[in-house]
Design a binder for this molecule. Sequence first.
Ligand code: GRF
Length: 191
Amino acid sequence: MAIRVVVLASGSGSLLKALLDAQDESFEVVALVTDNPEAGAIGHAARAGVQVAVIDLVDFENREAWDLALADCIDYYQPELVVSAGFMRVIGGAGVSRFAGRLINTHPALLPAFPGAHAVKDALAAGVKETGSTIHFVDPGVDTGPVIVQKVVAVLDGDDEASLHERIKVVERELLVEVVKDFAGPKKYFK
Ligand code: GRF
């Protein structure tokens, strides 16, 4: 029986597309939930016939109301696994507690190095020769949850933020599919 996966994305959605393209008997992306009505990810979901829900901060009185609406929206799809893939909001307490142990995030750096929204730029600025991709459980912090798996990506001479980020995304897409399939099956990463 395929596990039900909800993906959270705010941007172009190439990681979402990688998951959509990799769906098989082990997992099914049942919905995209986004905070951004302009997200490119919406097109990928629509073309794949996947439901889309927009939970836009501007529609809510305050952050707590948005947190709760996001958690309720995700819950509606009854996911076994929630994947944050380029979701540019910190998921608040309501979501973190409700989906503990089945809420994962992908981050374009080797956490704990370079947390936050500018990981690739920060790694370049730091002059490191290696960075990479991290998939981790989401906890109440920002990019602080337990690491599930990491993979190193070399920083090449002449790299700028775009070239380095795209090379990291290639690795992220592979790792994300591997981790989701593992969650649905052998669970070598999810003791
Ligand atoms: C990924 O690198 C993710 O780690 C970061 O945002 C990027 C999303 O890429 N948080 P895309 O929108 O899936 O192409």
